[in-house]
Design a protein around this ligand. Structure first.
Ligand code: GDP
Ligand code: IMO
Ligand code: MG
Length: 420
């Protein structure tokens, strides 16, 4: 039974939600395995836009079910909000989702901490302020709350008391959330989730279920935002790569396919190095045409040309076996398209960054290619072949619009061109 992972190959927002949604009805389970409500995955269904922050991007009318894995940090308030939207359009849909009891929770004080720490940083990261960093920090420092605590109120109260003691000594009166606030919040969201009839699941049982069926693992963020290998410290606090499936009990060796999703150009939200970034009119034009505003925070996304060294790095780091290119339509009608082929790093020419350090000092070296009228133009096919040759991975699918159905395999694209 097929196991596939779809991850972002750049700095996030590559269109993973749309791509997962396109493939989703071929899989029994769609699994989110990392990140939290910092993610914003946009899908269109029957003309309506849905932005998934917590939920896997399943197709509402399909048989597939969604799983929120233990590697995530769960924002229960956002989860309830998202489920309510789906319930009003597709009654009963919440029961298609299962949550791993082992997952950690984002608590109201994590959002406060995110704000406080960002405001004190000399160089702010530009986080989504969704409490992601503090929630993962608490997990690692062993001050986290797991989902299963909600079902043992005595244990939960004790844990909150102990954790609050540490937090209040650390933050003093800067932190306004009390342990009682957190307890009340958790009880309220727990009741709402019960009303919505969401399912709770054990990671151990699910490991066996997943092995006997088809599973699509939906990555969040992108390889260059990965905690270990992204442009640290301007990264998120979790694994954004295919190996994050280990949090659901899988090894990357069990994956038949790892698709990296890339835009035909590059974007980034928040601070940090971005070697191919462009400014001024050219950037504004791409930003407007591509509607490059954050799906989670609404912030304008920084825009730049395609960055092949960064993609080669992503390929190696995340073991990409295939690529899906999105938003090629946004560049329709441009005369020339610039592509960064190499970095100059402290006087040395490199085709692939040796470590994340290189991104901070890289001077991009560009090639210039002919633009295309639309994605049925032969120049677009040449662009695809050029990227494939340069990165050494095939582009198997092409997305040419925001709607799920606006996507095809490269073979179909070629057939269409031949039939024209
Ligand atoms: P994700 O976080 O990787 O799922 O991506 P986002 O949803 O944050 O951002 C991608 C944006 O591009 C969304 O607004 C999508 O609706 C849109 N989109 C996805 N694929 C395409 C495409 O091929 N063409 C165009 N024009 N828009 C697309
Ligand atoms: P999807 O899944 C783009 C960025 C933030 C910030 C940095 C750290 O939609 O691709 P955090 O709130 O995680 O502590 O912020 O990471 N970031 C994203 N950028 N897409 C995302 O998710 C992102 N999730 C986090 O802008 O620079
Ligand atoms: Mg997004």
């Amino acid at each position: 039974m097929k196991k596939m992972s779809i991850v972002g190959a750049q700095w996030g927002d590559e269109g993973k939600g749309k791509v997962v949604n396109y493939f989703s009805d071929r899989f029994e389970w769609i699994v989110r395995f990392s990140g939290g409500a910092n993610a914003g995955h946009t899908i269109y269904y029957k003309g309506k836009k849905y932005v998934n922050h917590m939920l896997p991007s399943i197709m509402p009318n399909s048989k597939s079910k969604g799983f929120l894995g233990a590697g995530m940090v769960l924002d229960l308030e956002k989860l309830v909000e998202e489920l309510n939207v789906l319930e009003s359009d597709f009654p009963g849909m919440s029961s298609k989702f299962y949550i791993d009891l082992e997952a950690f929770l984002v608590l109201p004080w994590h959002k406060e901490e995110d704000e406080i720490i960002e405001s004190m940083r000399k160089k702010p990261i530009g986080t989504t302020k969704r409490g992601i960093g503090p929630a993962y920090t608490d997990k690692v420092s062993r001050e986290g709350i797991k989902l299963y605590y909600l079902f043992d109120e005595k244990m939960l109260k004790e844990r909150l008391k102990d954790i609050y003691y540490l937090k209040s000594s650390q933050y003093g009166n800067k932190l306004t959330t009390s342990k009682e606030d957190v307890f009340e919040y958790l009880m309220k969201t727990k009741n709402e989730l019960e009303k919505l009839k969401i399912n709770y699941a054990s990671a151990v049982e699910m490991g066996n279920v997943f092995r006997s069926t088809s599973v699509l693992f939906e990555g969040a963020q992108g390889v260059l935002l990965d905690l270990d290998f992204g442009t640290y410290p301007f990264v998120t606090s979790s694994s954004c790569m295919a190996h994050g499936v280990s949090s659901v009990g899988f090894s990357t060796f069990e994956l038949d396919e790892v698709y990296g999703v890339l835009k035909a150009y590059t974007t980034r939200v928040g601070s940090g190095p971005f070697p191919t970034e462009i400014f001024g009119e050219e950037a504004d034009k791409i930003r407007e045409l591509g509607k490059e505003y954050g799906a989670t925070t609404g912030r304008p996304r920084r825009v730049g040309w395609l960055d092949l060294p960064a993609l080669r790095y992503a390929k190696i780091r995340s073991g990409l076996t295939g690529l899906v290119i999105t938003k090629a339509d946004v560049l329709n009608g441009l005369d020339k398209i610039k592509v960064c082929t190499h970095y100059e790093v402290n006087g040395k020419i490199k085709d692939t960054p040796s470590s994340s350090y290189d991104f901070f000092v890289a001077k991009p070296i560009y090639d210039e290619l002919k633009g295309w009228k639309d994605t049925n133009d032969i120049n677009f096919l040449k662009y695809l072949s050029y990227i494939e040759e340069q990165i050494g991975v095939d582009i198997d699918y092409i997305s040419y619009g925001p709607k799920t159905e606006e996507m095809c395999s490269k073979n179909n694209l070629i057939l269409n061109m031949e039939n024209k």
